[in-house]
Design a protein around this ligand. Structure first.
Ligand SMILES: [Zn+2]
Length: 268
């Protein structure tokens, strides 16, 4: 079946603190349950056509995570503060779209520590938990603090980047299956101690450590990421799903989100 790729969604079949994502992919009107395809053959064939995920226009090149150039420089979903919260200026009344900013920037945010094959710090809007963690392939996470808006969360994150990573090494994330030898509560205490007295706006959060269990039947020892632009067809037996990656038994992995806007034919 033909459809335009967008990021994978999930429903949580676990609890609020013990999250079990059941992944799906929406292709137009059809929803494919991907978790059910684990252990089965799956093929994605790129049809050599790309569409802007915002306006739907067919284009030669996509920007950001699936936008045509005019949308990339105009729509609030592609504004600079999406990737760099510390650059958000919505609290000063400046944004591409103030209505969007009111709903997405001028709301409570969390700064968190997550395990994605390594410990990292991150920022998310309050209602994006646990989506943000699942999208990143985190297996554990703990909230550090909440802030009144995106900008304040960005400032806390900038400070914490001095002692924690803020990026995920995808190879490590995808091959990591053992429990991390990290004490999340001590790491959190260290983080909070580090930001104390630095004139940052935040309120510390409860100590619950969240865990996330991905549908994976078999972890590959080594992974090789492929790109539909180069390979055009990706197929094999699906071994599992983690973050925004489909993991095939061969060790081939495909980041679905990075192919947002690509027209593909999916068969299984
Ligand atoms: Zn567009």
């Amino acid at each position: 079946m033909d459809g335009i790729l967008t990021k994978m969604g999930f429903s949580n079949t676990g609890t609020s603190y013990d999250i079990r994502p059941d992944y799906y992919l929406d292709m137009g009107q059809v929803r494919i349950n991907l978790s059910e395809l684990i252990g089965k053959r799956l093929a994605l064939k790129y049809q050599n056509r790309k569409f802007c995920i915002h306006c739907g226009r067919e284009v030669k090149k996509l920007f950001g995570q699936g936008f045509c150039y005019p949308c990339f420089i105009k729509v609030p979903e592609a504004e600079e503060c999406v990737l760099r919260p510390e650059l958000c200026r919505a609290h000063e009344g400046i944004a591409r779209d103030m209505e969007f900013a009111k709903a997405n920037c001028l709301i409570q945010h969390y700064v968190y520590l997550a395990w994605t094959g390594g410990l990292k710090v991150g920022v998310t809007r309050y209602h994006q938990i646990p989506t943000r963690w699942v999208d990143q392939g985190a297996t554990y996470a703990v909230k550090l603090c909440n802030t009144p808006n995106r900008y304040s969360a960005g400032l806390v994150e900038v400070e914490l980047k001095k002692i924690f990573a803020d990026k995920t090494a995808w190879q490590r994330m995808l091959t990591d299956f053992q429990d991390p030898a990290v004490d999340f509560i001590s790491s959190k205490a260290k983080a909070l101690e580090f930001i104390t007295g630095k004139d940052l706006t935040y309120t510390s959060e409860e100590n619950t450590v969240y865990s996330i269990h991905y549908p994976i039947s078999q972890f590959p020892a080594k992974v090789k990421s492929v790109n539909l632009e180069k390979e055009s067809t990706v197929e094999g037996v699906l071994a599992g799903i983690k973050g925004q990656y489909l993991i095939f038994e061969s060790g081939i992995v495909l980041n679905i989100r990075n192919h947002s806007g690509y027209l593909v034919d999916i068969s299984f």
